[in-house]
Design a protein around this ligand. Sequence first.
Ligand code: ADP
Length: 626
Amino acid sequence: MAQYQFQTEVSRLLHLIIHSLYSNREIFLRELTSNASDALDKLKYLTVADDAYKGIVFEPRIDISFDKDKKTITVADNGVGMNERDLIESLGTIARSGTRQFLEKLAADVKKDSNLIGQFGVGFYSAFMVADKIEVVSRKAGEDAAWKWTSEGKESYDIETAVRETQGTTVTLFLTEEGEEFASRWSIEDIIKRYSNHVAFPIYLTYEQKEYDDKGAEKGSSIKTDQVNDGAAIWRKSKSELKHEDYVEFYKQIAHDTDEPLFYVHTKAEGTLEYSTLFYIPKKAPLDLFQVDYKPGVKLYVKRVFITDDDKELMPTWLRFVRGVVDSEDLPLNVSREILQKNKILSNIRNASVKKLLAEFKTIAETDKEKWDAFVSQYNRPLKEGVYQDWTNREAIIDLLRFKSTAVDGWTSFSDYVSRMKDGQKNIYYISGGSEETLRSSPLLEAWRAKDIEVLIMDEEIDEIILPSIPKYEKQDGETTLSWDIKGVNHTGTDSELDKTDKQSEKDLLPVLEKLKKVLGDRVKDVKLSKRLHDSPSCIVTDENDPSLQMAQMFKAMGQPAPDVKPVLEVNGEHPIVTRLKDCVDEERIADTAGVLLDQALLVEGVRLPNSADFVKRLNRLLSAV
Ligand code: ADP
């Protein structure tokens, strides 16, 4: 017998599971049956795709039994099995890097997040919620040796040789006091029906049935074995055969979620291509949504044979939050990964699936605002990624985007914005580059507010990348296409609809602008009289073709070559700080005022000043001169 130490992350996770997770203990059974089902899927694939496994008689089944007296539950499958190395790699480590993040989240709010177990492949370990010792006996398909893995869920586990008649895995849980309640026929049946009814292999439960004579006295007992699940692939059934609960149960099983999905789309295509798809949108975005090594959520089956759950090609990356199944009738069973990537059939299924999902999104967006808002609060950002990733569906995706706005609470669309436009308004306006709070209080909005023109608040980093790629918003009105320019208020040239300054005051202030330009030198691209300011003395805008200052700062922070963006300073010709400069001849005072006008405008936009001590010095000099 050899003893091994768990990887540190596993020890931490086990500690959390054993000491902190109390809710939803019953999911351990869902996790174990789902592992068994995966193991059967893998073997099924090998027996059809690999000649070396052709000799194996594939009679898939999952067997559950329990012993009330010994306080054990056993889950066995005759699937692909594990050898010694597999056991060490699968049940001693956590393979995915997303798990660290998961652990951090879990540690912060342990009880609430117990349903997240499984999302990062920690499913098996959840059995330690109900057991203080677990034994796994496994024999890998095609090999003769069997192995026994034993652990009490602390720092280590043991592996020794064992005997098992056929390939597959038997997991025995030695239940804790809290786990004892699960060692009963009714409780196991109930959990399996609830969580694993649609596992595509039969799940049998073995139990002891007492027998009674005519007078009701116990006369003995017999051992019975019944199939407890439905055992058919749900996605292959027709919609009319299925109830909402069936869809929900299957979702919980494949997505490891205890919550219901937000919605789902079930399609059976018959025609040139024959396939079934069942897609789910989780209520909460998967935790690894923004990780490069995210786990794809769609499984590929061919004629009901599981092929892979690790193919990122099945869905475009912007739809990586979708969970579900694609089952094709037309692909060969022995498709290799390389073939999958270039496969025409698969790419047709994929394109049709994206269209189908988009059509469903559209219907919900148009008919169920509450649901769509819930979607947007989780997935607005990947949707925006779709705008620049998916050129064929771009227009459809743009219509699905929702934004915050100065005119309405909650989310709004370009189309809604247009319907609220002022007569004669030519552009759709937005402000970007900062947090929602910074943007809402930006002096740049003053003139738009005064004219009661709506401005969309774009407070996500990705906005700065996608908005320049959507210069126009177009809408079909019968035969004609209506079109509006989309313009950022923090850019030069967007003030054409504002008519505040008159020519005379512009002329009067020309010398002030010259003075400011001279002392600010190359810190600014230009100094202009502003049409957009009402209360504030100054603001900064960027040239229409330049990225915003915040964006440039972001590039720098990421260590990337940042474009050297110079702001255009706009001053308010009616503000006393500015008008006072008309008669000022004190060079130092002009220089201080110029510096403060620029720096305060930068500060309000959330830009870090290159020399804040200098700003404070100037401010103090000006204040003491009053
Ligand atoms: P996940 O199933 O999400 O990968 P688990 O912690 O539940 O995570 O399982 C880890 C790994 O252990 C699985 O990926 C699989 O390789 C292996 N495994 C678990 N149970 C079985 C089983 N019954 N048969 C074969 N392999 C198994």
